[in-house]
Design a protein around this ligand. Structure first.
Ligand SMILES: C[S@@+](CC[C@H](N)C(=O)[O-])C[C@H]1O[C@@H](n2cnc3c(N)ncnc32)[C@H](O)[C@@H]1O
Length: 243
């Protein structure tokens, strides 16, 4: 789900290094002006594939993009929701960039808050999230899922794409293992921590945690993103329905 960095408009190596030595929140504040030119913004093909599946399940009323960043998922919500949509993120810098772009112009509320303590009283019919779960330690996930459940109306949906795990021994496998290992070393030696681990988000664990939080889980192949040599989808949309 990563795409190449734009050399001319993306962050310099020095900027990335400063960001990586900051907290998650401060790091994204620093990265925000160039975030849309990095591989960390969810690519359009993923957004389009998710929109297709959600359009078949919808339409929905109010939508929330959890950890919205500059608003990649808000475009999806605006396609499939009939009422107002909201983006929530704890980085003021990311929200400021999102507010300033075209898709922030109308019908969107941008809220600064920590996803682990959502400030909403109103219920949403659909919550989506893209590219952010690596910022939560496994021990934080039950609390995060409980927060999402608490802001959903009965029957509401929580949807996010899940990439197939890299095949052991493949380039992708070693790349992610190398990334997570260097993050663990960095976090053992440096404060504040920058929590970002790719390999801690395992589907079986996540399904069990969502079930305990009061969700029924279904998976939909995102066919547009292709299949692996063994025939399994490269990416699926997990749709958790609140009951
Ligand atoms: C990789 S970016 C993804 C942004 C956007 N969803 C996208 O797909 O382009 C991760 C985002 O999660 C946000 N984030 C991380 N931890 C968060 C938390 N505890 N509460 C709210 N936002 C958080 C960061 O500020 C950042 O904007």
């Amino acid at each position: 789900m990563l795409r190449p960095m734009s050399a001319s408009q993306g962050p310099t190596l020095r900027e990335l290094a400063v960001q990586a030595l900051s907290s998650v929140e401060r790091g994204y504040d620093l990265l925000a002006p160039k975030f849309d030119h990095t591989p960390y913004r969810t690519p359009d093909p993923v957004l389009h594939a998710v929109t297709r599946v959600l359009a078949e399940l919808g339409p929905f009323g109010r939508g929330l993009d959890l950890c919205c960043g500059t608003g990649a998922g808000l475009g999806v919500l605006r396609e499939v929701c009939r009422e107002r949509v909201t983006g929530v993120d704890f980085s003021a810098g990311m929200l400021a960039v999102g507010r300033g772009c075209v898709q922030g112009a109308q019908g969107v509320d941008w809220v600064r808050a920590d996803a682990r303590a959502l400030p909403f009283r109103d219920a949403f019919d659909l919550v989506v999230s893209f590219g952010a779960f690596g910022h939560f330690l496994p021990a934080e996930r039950p609390g995060l899922f409980a927060q999402v459940r608490s802001v959903l109306a009965p029957g509401g949906r929580f949807a996010f794409p899940v990439a197939a795990p890299a095949r052991p021994g493949s380039l992708g496998y070693w790349t992610l293992l190398g990334f997570d290992t260097s993050m663990r070393v960095r976090n053992a030696l440096w404060r504040p921590r920058f929590v970002m681990y790719y390999r801690d988000f395992r589907l079986a664990d996540v399904r069990a945690e969502l079930a305990r939080a009061g969700f029924q889980v279904d998976l939909y192949a995102l066919e547009e993103l292709g299949r692996r040599p063994d025939g399994s989808p490269r990416c699926r949309l997990l749709v958790a329905t609140a009951h």
